[in-house]
Design a protein around this ligand. Structure first.
Ligand code: FMN
Length: 369
C-alpha cells in the first residue's frame, strides 16, 4: 500500500488518508455567510476521496476579511451554514478543518474579479470597505491603505476574537481548527520584522514578535477539546533577507508544540511576492526542516500534483500530510486517480468502482436508499 493512502491519527481523530484540500478563499460570501456554492465546492472533495477538507480563511472579525466577500465566524449566525457543510463532509468520509484568520493590513482589498468602480456597481456587488489594522502603521504595499496601529487593549480583544471563533467552530462540528499565521496576514505581520516595528512587548525581539501568535494558540487550546487537533499555518520564510527565516519557524513551531499545537502547515511568503522562487515541491524542504527541527508533524503544500511525488513526501518522512490547492480545483477526484496510479485499484471506468461508483453510492446514501 502507498504511504499517501495510509491512515493518520492525531489525538482522537483518524484521517482515512493523507490527502488534504488546502484552504482556498472563494470570495463568494455575504456578511461572512457561506451558502450552497461552498457546500457544493467543498462537498465534492469529500466525494472525490480527500481525507481532510478545509474551509477557506475565515475572518474572526469583519475587519479581518481580505475582501468584503470572505467567509466569517464572528457571530453565531455563521454557524448553521458551516454545520451543514461539516455534516456533508463527515457523511462522505472526510474530516473537516477551518482556517481562522485576520488579514490585518492586507484586509479590505478589492474583490479579485467583481467590478466596483461606480456607485451602481458597488451597490450591486454589496461592496463594503473599512480601515485596516496592523501591528505598525505601515501599508502592505503601494495602493494599500495605511493601517491603524493596534493598541495593547485592541490586541487583547483580537486574541479573544480568535478564541470566540474557535468556540463557534466547535459548535459547527469541525474536527480541526487551523490558526492562519502565514502569507503576510495579521499574525504573520506580528512575526515578521518587515511589518512589525513595535517597541512594546509585541515587537522587537523574536520572542516579542511571537507573542501574539502564542497568545492566540494558548487561548484556542483552552477552549478546543483535548481530543481535537489544533493546526497552525506558517510562512516558514518570507523570501526576504531581512524577514522571518526558517530557523525562526523552527523555534516558533517548538513553542507552539509545547502549547498543544499538533501540526504545522508549511507555506511561505506574503511580504515580498516578487522574490518567491517556486518550482514543483518547492515548499517541501520547509515542511521537512520544521518536522525534523521541532519534532512536530507537518503538512507540505505548494505545486505538488504528481501522485508518486506526493507519496514520496510521506514515505521519505518529509511531511505527514500533503495539501493540494489548484490540483484539487482542477480534479476533485484527485485522490481516486492518485490511488489508482499508486496502487492500481479502483478502475475509473468501472461503473460500480472508482469515482462513478463512489458518486452513485453517495447519492444512494443521501436519498436514504
Ligand atoms: C483560489 C485560492 C485561494 C486561496 N486561499 C487561501 C486561503 O484562504 N488560506 C490560505 O492559507 N491559503 C490560500 N491559498 C493558498 C493555497 O492554500 C495553497 O497553499 C497554494 O495554492 C499552493 O498550493 P497549490 O500549488 O497546490 O495550489 C489559496 C490559493 C488559491 C489558488
Amino acid at each position: 500500500m502507498s504511504q499517501l493512502f495510509s491512515e493518520f491519527t492525531l489525538r482522537g481523530l483518524t484521517l482515512r488518508n493523507r490527502t488534504v484540500v488546502s484552504p482556498m478563499c472563494q470570495f463568494a460570501s455575504q456578511m461572512g455567510l457561506l451558502d450552497d456554492w461552498h457546500l457544493v465546492h467543498l462537498g465534492r472533495f469529500a466525494v472525490g476521496g480527500f481525507g481532510l477538507v478545509y474551509v477557506e480563511a475565515t475572518a474572526v472579525t469583519p475587519e479581518g476579511r481580505i475582501t468584503y466577500a470572505d467567509s466569517g465566524l464572528w457571530n453565531d449566525a455563521h454557524i448553521p451554514p458551516l454545520r451543514r457543510i461539516v455534516d456533508f463532509l463527515h457523511a462522505h468520509g472526510a474530516a473537516a478543518a477551518i482556517q481562522l484568520a485576520h488579514a490585518g493590513r492586507k484586509a479590505t482589498t478589492p474583490h479579485p474579479w467583481r467590478k466596483t468602480d461606480t456607485a451602481d456597481a458597488k451597490a450591486r456587488a454589496g461592496f463594503e470597505d473599512w480601515q485596516p489594522v496592523a501591528p505598525s502603521a505601515l501599508p502592505h504595499a503601494e495602493g494599500h491603505k495605511v493601517p491603524h496601529e493596534l493598541s495593547i487593549g485592541e490586541i487583547e480583544t483580537l486574541v479573544q476574537r480568535f478564541v470566540e471563533a474557535a468556540e463557534r467552530a466547535l459548535a459547527a462540528g469541525f474536527d480541526i481548527v487551523e490558526i492562519h499565521g502565514a502569507h503576510g496576514y495579521l499574525i504573520d505581520q506580528f512575526l515578521s520584522p518587515l511589518a512589525n516595528k513595535r517597541t512594546d512587548k509585541y515587537g522587537g525581539s523574536r520572542e516579542n514578535r511571537m507573542r501574539f501568535m502564542l497568545e492566540v494558540a494558548d487561548g484556542i487550546r483552552r477552549v478546543w477539546p483535548d481530543e481535537k487537533p489544533l493546526f497552525a499555518r506558517l510562512s516558514v520564510q518570507d523570501w526576504h533577507p531581512d524577514g522571518w527565516q526558517i530557523e525562526d519557524s523552527v523555534a516558533l513551531a517548538a513553542e507552539l508544540k509545547s502549547r498543544g499545537v499538533d501540526l504545522i502547515d508549511c507555506s511561505s511568503g506574503g511580504f515580498a511576492e516578487g522574490q518567491v522562487k517556486g518550482g514543483a515541491l518547492y515548499q517541501v524542504p520547509f515542511a521537512q526542516a520544521v518536522r525534523s527541527g521541532a519534532a512536530i508533524p507537518t503538512m507540505a503544500v505548494g505545486l505538488i500534483d504528481d501522485a508518486n511525488a506526493a507519496d514520496a513526501v510521506i514515505a521519505n518522512g518529509q511531511a505527514d500530510l500533503v495539501a493540494f490547492g489548484r490540483p484539487a480545483l482542477e480534479d476533485p477526484n484527485w485522490p481516486v486517480h492518485a490511488k489508482r496510479a499508486l496502487e492500481g485499484t479502483e478502475g475509473l471506468y468501472d461503473l460500480y468502482a472508482g469515482p462513478v461508483g463512489h458518486a452513485i453510492r453517495a447519492m444512494d446514501k443521501a436519498l436514504g436508499r
